[in-house]
Design a protein around this ligand. Structure first.
Ligand code: 8X3
Length: 248
């Protein structure tokens, strides 16, 4: 039977790798992102059909109109992967940048809500579905200078629990996966292209790569209908907590 998964932030990193992993499982994919060229490049690598939706998750009206325009055959979304999100800046709260705060809260929290709101009614109608939110170890443990990013991911943790409660009557699974250090564009974006600072995050140990996270997501998505891996913390072996990494 045809299965449809929708992935936000599919144009890079964990989103991209998850698209490839779910395509191998036969999922047809709605790939969401801001960069058409990147999504087209991903589409060309997939072995199943895909449909591209270009929007910024933090733009409520763009999200609404993109999902309203989905062709009928793409509407019954079985799995929603709320992956879009980023960190912007890393400084003490007293010197934080308002634009960075807004960007993080807007994509990591509001964007997750806007996309979920577009997809949930169909899942309720069909009385089935799986929503998988990308959290972070930062949502479970606050670290120095992580303040607003950690708050945004703590909100993802809270929203995951809230969704699980509210959607319980409709047989909808809600899960989250919270990775630790994953070597993607994450730190380059956080440090605004300062590659010395970004690369230092992953030095002296073996971090996770996007494919490691995608493989866990694939496993969570493919679990039997009665099994929900509800709250998964995924760390590189060298990482013991948000602030403790064994480096050689
Ligand atoms: C990314 C992991 O530890 O940089 O969410 O916050 S961390």
């Amino acid at each position: 039977m045809k299965k449809i998964a929708c992935i936000t932030g599919a144009s890079s990193g964990i989103g991209w790798a998850t698209a490839k992993a779910l395509s191998k499982e036969g999922f047809q994919l709605i790939l969401c992102g801001r960069r058409l060229d990147r999504l087209e490049a991903l589409q060309a690598e997939l072995s199943t059909d895909s449909y591209l939706l270009i929007f910024d998750v933090g733009d409520a009206s763009a999200v609404k109109s993109a999902f309203e325009k989905l062709p009928a055959e793409w509407r019954p979304i079985d799995v929603l992967i709320n992956n879009a999100g980023n960190a912007h800046g890393m400084s003490p709260i007293q010197s934080g940048d308002e634009a960075d705060w807004d960007a993080m809260m807007n994509s990591n929290v509001n964007g997750l809500l806007y996309v979920s709101q577009a997809v949930i009614p169909g899942m309720i109608e069909r009385k089935s579905g799986h929503i998988l939110n990308l959290s972070s170890i930062a949502g479970k443990q606050i670290y120095p200078n992580g303040n607003v990013y950690c708050a945004s991911k703590a909100a993802v943790e809270a929203l995951t629990q809230g969704m699980r409660l509210d959607l319980n009557p409709f047989y909808i699974k809600v899960s989250s996966v919270a990775p630790g250090a994953v070597n993607t564009e994450f730190s380059a974006v956080r440090f605004k292209g300062d590659m010395d600072r970004a690369n230092a995050v992953y030095q002296g140990f073996t971090p996770l790569v996007a494919e490691d996270v995608a493989e866990v997501i694939r496993y969570m998505v493919m679990a039997p209908a009665h099994v929900n891996l509800a709250d998964v913390l995924l760390l590189p072996t060298a990482q013991a907590s948000a602030g403790l990494v064994k480096r050689d």
